[in-house]
Design a protein around this ligand. Structure first.
Ligand SMILES: [Zn+2]
Ligand SMILES: [Zn+2]
Length: 555
């Protein structure tokens, strides 16, 4: 019957926007989901910690959802799980390392016990309703990454996840091009492929190419080496650990997520770590500067991260001094440019030597995503009937589409879709037939000590808990508050309103006075400190969680 041979694919995030990858596939009464990621808010969205996809469409079809399949462990692919599982507790499948990261995340949110987590290995195949899914290995900036080959009643679909084709990966596990080509020979209905670097010509350099730069930095740096990269970049961190050992330095991991992810990697056997190579941060003071390498989380300039604290001389366990070296081994995610630039400026003030991706060779960072030539290779091997570029802003999706047309590898049609489009594949072809309800949900996570208070923030919640706007006038030269802070509440009422208001204002004064002049001059940092302290106080006193939107006036 014709109706059995219909497949609908609905991107719930990540097409025409940066991050928040999630895609639903629906056929013969079953739905499977690929990835469930977050998007990080930029400077403009203060008061918001992360952004997750609206899952209204899935909730409308709750009974049909069979599973969530994870391609790899990056936040833009797994970060939304804690906010989705309370509404949609379905089985989750992923690689050993991906599930390891998911476990940490769910444990923090008190969701680990009910979660149905399944570890799959490369070449494993599982059946979910009418779908049969095979996982196969791809190379990326995180270990244990998969692409998916999904047999559906309408034909086989390949979803690449994030990838590059690294011929010399650090862990020795290469991209499984044979499996990809075998599916191509059998005939693929549709290819969904990563467009992140579709505008970059040539090949993406191997992860190994940063090693030469690391080596010269380790060889020539007289003081401490402070390095930051994404906390899940295990291959990169292995290179750092190896260089540290070669040059007689111990390594200390700073920051909660950095410590947690590296511990998970070690536990699961993804790190080769000689005993004694890693020390606790409070032991840093016992080692001479030239014997230390500190690896800190916060490469995107997150205001309260370990790296940001080091930049502001506000870290409990160490201070950056002249002669120390800072290595920023990550690209700056669009939207974070100002925060990262400001953080680097603080490090320059400390008279540190700073390396960051500035085009110099060998590179201090390489991308984890495929460039044009690799994308063409995948297209040529798969030879799909339909090709749909995914993972990118419209610019990247269009570039990838044009590239595909040039190769001539697509047998029928290239389709540019965006988040929410319903893509229908049937024996007559493929087209966009409508729109599913999609959107972004803004999350205010609270500080980590208060995880049980996580509240999903949407318009409904704002109308319940209101808004608090602290207004503080700071003299940028002296860092002094020239007038008493103001605080305006909207849409929220308290018992003992006068007392709450007075004490809240005192919190504002204490927070500002408890910060250094440098911190007060960095509005991203001071706003985040105010937000955190005020949030904690108001919640403790009133059990309410208004959206807090600090305003700093420069005078
Ligand atoms: Zn990724
Ligand atoms: Zn990604």
């Amino acid at each position: 019957m014709e109706t059995d041979q219909v497949l609908e694919v609905i991107p719930l995030g990540g097409l025409g926007e940066f991050g928040m990858h999630m895609m639903a596939m629906r056929s013969a009464g079953s739905i499977i989901i690929v990835d469930a990621g977050v998007m990080f808010p930029d400077d403009e969205l203060l008061g918001v910690d992360v952004i997750v996809p609206d899952i209204g469409y899935l909730l409308e079809n709750k009974g049909a959802v069979r599973a969530i399949l994870l391609t790899h462990g990056h936040e833009d692919h797994i970060g939304a799980l804690p906010f989705i599982l309370p509404y949609l507790n379905v089985p989750i499948y992923g690689s050993s390392f991906t599930i390891g990261l998911v476990k940490n995340k769910l444990a923090q949110h008190g969701l680990l016990e009910e979660a149905q987590l399944h570890i799959v290995k490369a070449k494993d195949a599982i059946e979910l309703g009418c779908f049969k899914v095979e996982f196969f290995h791809v190379t990326h900036s995180i270990v244990d990454s998969f692409a998916l080959a999904i047999r559906t009643p309408a034909g086989t679909v390949i979803h690449t996840g994030d990838f590059k084709i690294d011929p010399t990966p650090i862990d020795g596990k290469t991209f499984d091009l044979h499996t990809l080509a075998a599916y191509g020979d059998q005939g693929v209905l549709a290819l969904f492929s990563d467009s992140t670097n579709a505008e970059i010509g040539g090949y993406t350099a191997s992860e190994r190419s940063v090693n030469d730069r690391f080596e010269s930095i380790f060889r020539t740096s007289p003081g401490r080496i402070i390095l930051s990269c994404f906390t899940s970049s295990i291959p990169r961190l292995q290179l750092v650990l190896d260089q540290a050992r070669n040059f007689g330095r111990v390594v200390s991991f700073l920051g909660r997520r950095m410590s947690e992810n590296t511990a998970t990697a070690e536990e699961l056997g993804f790190f080769k770590l000689p005993p004694g190579a890693v020390i606790r941060s409070k032991d840093i003071r016992n080692y001479p500067r030239e014997r230390l390498c500190v690896v800190a989380g916060g490469c995107q300039g997150e205001p309260l991260s370990a790296l940001s604290r080091l930049a502001l001389n506000d870290h409990r366990d160490m201070k950056v001094e002249p002669g120390d070296t800072v290595v920023l081994s990550a690209r700056v995610i669009p939207g974070n440019e100002r925060a990262v630039t400001r953080m680097m400026d603080h490090f320059y003030r400390r008279r540190a030597e700073i390396y960051y991706p500035d085009g110099a060779q060998p590179p201090v960072h390489v991308s984890g995503h495929a460039s044009e030539e690799e994308l063409k290779l995948v297209l040529t091997l798969v030879k799909p009937r339909f090709f749909i570029p995914i993972h990118g802003m419209h610019r990247q999706l269009h570039r990838h589409a044009r590239l595909a047309e040039k190769t001539g590898a697509v047998r029928e049609k290239v389709i540019i879709a965006e988040t929410g489009d319903i893509l229908r594949f049937d024996p007559n072809g493929a087209e966009i037939t409508g729109k599913a309800p999609v959107g972004r949900v803004l999350i205010d996570e609270g500080s980590l000590e208060e995880v049980e208070e996580i509240v999903v923030r949407d318009r409904r919640h704002i109308s319940e808990d209101g808004i608090a706007v602290p207004i503080i006038a700071i003299n940028k030269q002296t860092g002094m508050m020239e007038i008493a802070p103001e605080l305006v509440f909207r849409g929220v009422t308290f018992v003992e309103e006068a007392r709450i208001l007075a004490e809240s204002k005192q919190i504002l004064i204490d927070t500002v006075n408890g910060s250094t002049i440098e911190e007060r001059g960095d509005y991203t940092v001071i706003k985040e400190k105010i937000r955190k302290d005020l949030k904690r106080f108001i919640f403790k006193q009133t059990a309410k969680r208004p959206f807090i939107l600090p305003v700093i006036m420069e005078i």
